[in-house]
Design a protein around this ligand. Sequence first.
Ligand SMILES: Cc1cc2nc3c(=O)[nH]c(=O)nc-3n(C[C@H](O)[C@H](O)[C@H](O)COP(=O)(O)OP(=O)(O)OC[C@H]3O[C@@H](n4cnc5c(N)ncnc54)[C@H](O)[C@@H]3O)c2cc1C
Length: 588
Amino acid sequence: MSVLAPMRAFAVDSIRSRVRPGDPAWPSEARWKQLDQDVGGALVKVHSPLDECLHSPSGAECTQLFKAVKNPYFLGEEVGLTQTLGWVDAWTSRPSIYAVAARTANDVVAAVNFARQNNLRLVVKGGGHSYQGTSNAPDSLLVWTRKMNDISLHESFVAEGCNGHATATRAVTVGAGAIWAHVYAAVTTQAGGYVQGGGCMTVGVAGLVQSGGFGSFSKAYGIAAGSLLQAEVVTADGVVRIANACTNPDLFWGLKGGGGGSLGIITRLTLRVHVLPDSFGAVNITIRAVSAPAFRRLIGMIVEFYGQSLMNPHWGEQIRLHTDNVLQIQMVFQGLDRSQAQAVWQPFLDSIDGAQQDFKMEFSPLKIVATSARTFWAPSMLKKVLGFISTDDRPGAPEGNVFWPGDQGQAGQVLHGYQSAWLPAALLRNEQQQAFGDALFAATRHWDVSLHVNKGLAGAPAAAVAAAKDTAMNPAVLDAFALVICGAEGPPAYPGVAGHEPDAAVSGRREAQAIGLAMDELRKVVPNAGSYVSESNFFEANWQQSFWGPNYSRLLSVKAQYDPDGLFFVHHGVGSERWSADGFAKLA
Ligand SMILES: Cc1cc2nc3c(=O)[nH]c(=O)nc-3n(C[C@H](O)[C@H](O)[C@H](O)COP(=O)(O)OP(=O)(O)OC[C@H]3O[C@@H](n4cnc5c(N)ncnc54)[C@H](O)[C@@H]3O)c2cc1C
């Protein structure tokens, strides 16, 4: 009850619509000044660098900006920008009016209180990687956590209030605005441990953990939220709370996979540090089938091979099926050396060799490689020279600002379409393989299909599955062998900037439609599939069910307890059905 008491003080259902600049109730300059003082000068009047382009699209500054947005670190450090610049017919990145560039939990408290007292639309941004546009909102006050990025390791951590209930473990405490590249450097490169984070190194820690969160090796270590031990959170009443298995356990559960920006603002998180395996490795194989029937056969071969030999904690990342009859294996492995990995793949490679009339394997000198796990995320000179890792190219950028080259295409992108679905492991059973293979093949007649096998926990260790079960994520993740993703995007673009307009009419809508047709083929074998909240369709029809399944009602009750007035709103977030699409007007 002590937790509920402060809520009642403001839990009147009084907010009908939030205020915008120009409304009489919009805070006066004096009040903004007071907020600035309360946060020690951390209030920022937000200007988007894109404003310059809107006025002078062919000027040198704008040309330079469209080059700069290909650097995820540049985007991450601009208060007025987001990693994805928009999604055709869905949203466009728009800056807030003001931002609190928070450095402490007290700054966040001041911003939350100010937004609540002045009836403002509040938005939270960490790494800025939301595909759904949930970390930007026009006419809003932004809490920007990027500067809260301290990282500290503990050899023996017990969550507050859990003494006697939990065993001490190695752990890392991370400020909410930290990004995974910097956490991996501290935990793996420097301290020889393993923390379960994201595959993309520039994703924010708090955003990913609240989504559930998958990394390349999640088939071994589970979802990121499964390793969350504790969070410090500012709730809608402006109180700093600790959430863990023993203190505010419902809030803790909701933060694990309930989606960012809905329950409160996390200021720091503590994650379990696991034992690092000796080696990590990668397999890169590209095979072209000479005809559509040969490709259908190839799909059958890889589906069967995956089910028999790869659905276990060693293997993660992607199997990609392309419309031009190409199979691309872009997988990683852990806990195997190179020769063990080679031995796993040999039977499959032999079958391809034995059918040269049907399949052409592209030559690759680095088909199967392995490295010491400790150096996996380290920016060695060799990796840079070989193009295995990219660096922040701004003069004076810190050495540790690195990212995978494969993620660069998404910096500054405009999405054309994006859909995903969890595929149950039952599809790999003998009696279902034919229908599943047919559906995959039919899907590739419309659009490229990627099977992200690290984003489903079938084949993961029991402990990883149990940890994920104790989160708000849709339980569909537990017995899925993969998350299938169909996506399409265009280069950096922005409406109104001549020469850089999003290509909505020609490719945008056509590609979105093709993605829909591809996913419809797959839904024939997985009707009512669940979908991963952070990597899903902006237009997801039955989103409560897709993202959270049977957990949604419990999430709503956590929301009612900690944010009864709906201060925190994001598109398709918990409780958002009570608000207009822009989060400004309460519907009922
Ligand atoms: C290029 C790219 C690669 C990706 N790769 C992966 C991947 O490998 N694995 C994976 O699982 N996902 C991946 N994602 C999805 C990503 O994990 C989610 O979009 C995640 O929510 C991003 O977190 P962020 O902090 O970077 O983003 P933001 O856009 O800043 O935040 C995302 C959401 O969380 C909220 N939020 C942020 N910080 C806080 C906080 N402190 N307290 C409360 N709410 C907060 C925001 O309001 C927003 O609603 C990828 C996305 C992109 C664009």
